[in-house]
Design a protein around this ligand. Sequence first.
Ligand code: ADP
Ligand code: ZN
Length: 367
Amino acid sequence: MNAPRKVEVSGEAGYSIEIGPGLLADGARLARALRGRHALVVSDGNVAPLYLDGALAALAEAKPGLSVATFTIPPGEHEKTLERFTECLHALSELGATRDATVLALGGGVVGDLAGFAAACWMRGIDCVQLPTTLLAMVDSSVGGKTAVDLPSGKNLVGAFHPPRAVIADTSTLRTLPDRELRAGLAEVVKYGAIFDAGFLDWLESHADALLARDDAALAEAIARSCAFKADVVARDPYERGDRAMLNFGHTFGHAIETEQGYAGTTGDGLNHGEAVAVGMVLAARLSAALGRAGAADAERLQRLLERLGLPVRIPAGLDPQALLARMRLDKKADASGLRFVLWDRAGAARIVSGVADEQVLAVLRE
Ligand code: ADP
Ligand code: ZN
């Protein structure tokens, strides 16, 4: 087995991200991330049957005195609720968790956000170790300390910044990930290239087939490079007061599409987050070109890469440009002078641009 890759997130509450195959079976590695005598493993109904027993067995062997409980939620974004959060706190209470307890989040972004938020709140904050099992969680949500649950009135409305104690990404778990979820994660991988590094976009073009075939080495490379980009931004701007907002490339458009579709991605009749971001990135690239900030050829190249990765690149039929615009105006990214977007200077270099006029946005939405 190759040695796992390691990416460090520096800063006051720094931590390391370890990436490699078979890490969930490595009890000593899991145990090193735990401080106290109590651990609660949070997972969901798809992931738990596949990976929970293995991880528990590895932990029990490496740390015999550990008192472990599990809390499993049904799968799906609709479970990221205050009700599940409360149940999670009750599970910690029943476990007798003290301040040195650890919450382990074994699953995708939903589990990671919920478990992270419970860890942020239990006794004003205990350790959370992220064990991401989706590509999206490995490259994005498990890193950076954003935790939250949804309210009926909106996504991620209740949450906290609470950096994990460690992130351990076992790439072997990606073998069972549904194709559509894998591709959604690849959209966020492409995002890093689009914002930070044209060379990474070249690399993705030449490794698209390997990534889709789930080649271990290609996936590990893509994850490690993505995590390094994210770690760098998060270390510079942990609370998203500035630069970190660059990670929203494609997200202003993407969120508008997701909201307009009523977040139907998980039920299959709408775009999921990564898919909406794929469409959003193409729109952001086109808007950049329309504003004379970047070349149209770069936007086309991005579109082709996303298409090759099996991602949508067009606004779903039936969505009204005016309605999408209205959603973006309601978004916190708008101010009196106009809309705020992350736009390209060129492929691989982005910046936050305020005051984009409605007409310019509408023109791109109508193309
Ligand atoms: P995301 O990570 O994209 O935010 P979720 O946490 O909702 O999203 O995970 C997406 C779906 O994939 C869920 O149904 C989840 O149960 C399932 N899932 C997560 N990891 C795996 C895996 N390694 N193998 C199979 N299914 C998985
Ligand atoms: Zn995203």
